[in-house]
Design a protein around this ligand. Structure first.
Ligand SMILES: Nc1nc2c(c(=O)[nH]1)N[C@H]1C(S)=C(S)[C@@H](COP(=O)(O)OP(=O)(O)OC[C@H]3O[C@@H](n4cnc5c(N)ncnc54)[C@H](O)[C@@H]3O)O[C@H]1N2
Ligand code: MOO
Length: 413
């Protein structure tokens, strides 16, 4: 039995260094676009935004009730009702001593009034009212500008716009925002054996699951895709596609052809046309991942094996694409969980085993490997809800040990 990982070899780059190199080599793309606010969720703001108005724009009522002068309450006398103030139809007059105005939630506080009393605390008789409980001056008034003052900063350039941000900007009357434009990602699969799902399979053919999954993942990241389809294992077609991609896209993602087989041309062609930044990472699966540049356009060569393609996409391409989008990438989101079954591992590569984590009956976070872990076993990846991450130099792990997990399904970049 070998005691080392047979796929590990000298010169494999640790995944942490690979990520660092990617993050150092990439920067947010240039170019902005103006979007209607409602379409800006998840986009990165390109300019600071400040408020052109006070929020609320004027003193207004927080309750349905009566607007009055607090000092009038000390006499105990009834107050004369002189009008109504609705949200959108304010009372125009003045609340003079001894008078009050019926007021609805959100309606402007009439001049002269300094307090609102909820209608539940008032006895109304015809055109006069009596307040029947203790009231403090200024009760139930929402002050002009108490939420946001005119001119105050609302959001800073570089922030990712959330739905609550949109509510705030809309409330401040912002109709459009200038955001970083979406990076365009050129995508293709290589392999003579690949067919589009829905087509008939010939002998030795398989369906192109990588490109379809990556199209979905890129859409989930809100990136634009230049889909260059399935390419045969042919240097000329790969060269043509790479050159078109370098001209038309901000980044290139390919699957397949980065290993050492006789029909593995992708990395070879990239090396001829552009430059390889690094090739082969100390990770399992995903070792043959290649990164480089073609005429200034970054290139991510994902391995063809379907689990390897998605693991390298999540672990290496997502951080890089997040940076290009103008987002922050603050490292993988990890948790600690107790391993329920032993895992075999040889030192040499960081292992991303597929697992299912949950909280057990006593509130402990536990994780169970999904079973077969081959880099062609998509059924395991499909049921997994996390990666179990075993450090590069670690060996096998026993049941009961604490392991690091990375939940899947958290927002991508
Ligand atoms: N002698 C060695 N052989 C291999 C090594 C090695 O170090 N020495 N590395 C292995 C590892 S690890 C991986 S991962 C694969 C990666 O190979 P390629 O990136 O060159 O990918 P292909 O050879 O084109 O395909 C590998 C495998 O994946 C299937 N495939 C390819 N594209 C797709 C797709 N779009 N959808 C679904 N499945 C796809 C393909 O049919 C192959 O079965 O190399 C190992 N070999
Ligand atoms: O790393 Mo490959 O991706 O093990 O199958």
């Amino acid at each position: 039995m070998p005691t080392i990982d047979c796929c590990s070899q000298p010169g494999l780059m640790p995944i942490e260094s690979a990520r660092e190199k990617l993050l150092q080599a990439l920067s947010p793309i240039n170019g902005t676009e103006i979007l209607p606010l409602a379409q800006a969720s998840g986009r990165v703001l390109a300019e600071d935004v400040s408020s052109g108005v006070n929020l609320p724009p004027c003193d207004n009522s927080a309750m349905d009730g009566y607007a009055l002068r607090h000092e009038d309450l000390s006499s105990g006398l009834p107050l004369e009702l002189i009008g109504k103030s609705f949200a959108g139809a304010p009372f125009d007059g003045v609340v003079n001593p001894g008078t009050c105005v019926r007021i609805m939630t959100g309606a402007a506080l009439p001049e002269g009034a300094d307090t609102v009393v909820m209608q539940e605390h008032v006895d109304a008789q015809g055109e006069s009212i009596r307040v029947n409980c203790e009231v403090r001056p200024g009760d139930h008034i929402r002050r002009c500008g108490e939420d946001v003052a005119e001119g105050a900063a609302l959001l800073k350039a570089g922030e990712c716009i959330s739905v609550p941000h949109i509510a705030l900007l809309a409330a401040a009357g912002v109709g459009t925002v200038t955001v970083v434009r979406k990076p365009v990602i050129a995508l293709f699969s290589t392999g003579d054996e690949l067919r589009q799902p829905g087509e008939a399979l010939g002998k030795g053919d398989i369906y192109d699951s990588n490109r379809i999954a990556l199209l979905a993942a890129l859409a989930q990241m809100d990136l634009k895709v230049l889909d260059l389809g399935i390419l045969p294992d042919n240097k000329q077609s790969i060269s043509d596609a790479l050159q078109r991609a370098a001209k038309e896209a901000d980044a290139i993602i390919t699957s397949g052809g980065v290993s050492v087989g006789e029909a593995d041309y992708t990395r070879e062609v990239l090396e001829e046309l552009g430059e390889i930044g690094f090739w082969k990472v100390a990770m399992k699966p995903g070792k043959p991942f290649a990164f480089g540049f073609l005429q200034g356009t970054p290139f991510f060569g994902l391995p063809g094996n379907p689990v390897s393609a998605l693991v390298t996409f999540y672990q290496l391409a997502v951080p890089a694409l997040s940076i290009m989008k103008g987002d922050q990438w603050s490292g993988p989101q990890t948790l600690q969980a107790q391993l329920l079954k032993p895992l075999k591992k040889k030192p040499g590569r960081t292992d991303f085993q597929r697992g299912v984590y949950r909280t057990d009956g006593s509130g402990v976070l536990v994780v169970e490997p999904v079973g077969t872990q081959g880099s062609h076993i998509l059924s395991g990846l499909a049921v997994a809800n996390c990666f179990i991450v075993l450090a590069r130099e670690s060996g096998s792990v026993e049941a009961g040990e604490q392991v690091v997990i990375e939940p899947l399904g958290v927002p991508l970049g």
